[in-house]
Design a protein around this ligand. Structure first.
Ligand code: S6P
Ligand code: ZN
Length: 189
């Protein structure tokens, strides 16, 4: 695995599998988030603590070598594995960009949702292959796998966006996303 390239970087052709969990090519950093990395996020703390015995991988983020610096447009593919914690779907940590920067997500495989929160209003965008979810500046964002196969999406974001994870721990995301009898169940909190 290579790391972020040192700028200035050359134009490049990037390939990836739309339906298979595989690194992008050329590949950059790959981040793996396990259940133990998601402390304080799931509603049922006891069930989350029990899950630590296994400490399963919840999601992976595979990047290209494009660096996270001003002017560049890094990309990554996130794969969220299916599952729940006491009925609450597997999800990313969620973050607010530290600068007012937008971002786009493109659904590649599986089904899920993009949960957005500006501190007052939550929004939910159902995601599937071919759907673009737009994240305006000033909206925290989290992705959720609402299906029974891996949910994968491509993210493209300004390189100087920054990631504030504490914002989500302080403010929440407006909704929690559970598996309900009628499908996806958004519960305000
Ligand atoms: C980066 C972009 C995504 C997420 C990834 C994991 O701005 O939004 O690449 O980093 O989906 O989510 P999180 O909340 O753990 O960074
Ligand atoms: Zn982001």
């Amino acid at each position: 695995m290579s790391t972020f390239a040192t700028p200035p970087i050359d134009p490049m052709r990037i390939t990836f599998e739309t339906r298979v969990t595989a690194p992008m090519s050329p590949s950059g950093p790959v981040l793996t988030r396990r259940m133990s990395d998601l402390k304080g996020l799931f509603a049922d703390t006891s069930e989350w603590e029990r899950s630590l015995a296994e400490d399963r991988v919840v999601y992976e983020v595979a990047s290209t070598p494009v660096p996270e610096i001003e002017g560049e447009l890094p990309q990554s593919i996130t794969t969220i594995h299916p599952g729940t914690v006491a009925g609450e779907f597997h999800m990313t940590k969620g973050h607010m960009h530290t600068r007012p920067r937008g971002e786009i997500y493109l659904g590649l495989s599986g089904v899920g949702g993009l949960l957005l929160f500006d501190g007052n209003r939550p929004e939910w965008i159902p995601m599937e292959p071919g759907v673009i979810g737009y994240i305006p500046p000033g909206w925290a964002h989290r992705s959720v796998n609402t299906g029974d196969e891996p949910y994968r999406f491509l993210a493209v974001y300004p390189g100087d966006s920054g990631h504030d994870y504490d914002w989500v721990l302080r403010n929440g995301m407006g909704y929690r996303v559970f598996s309900g009898p009628a499908g996806t169940d958004l519960r305000p909190f």
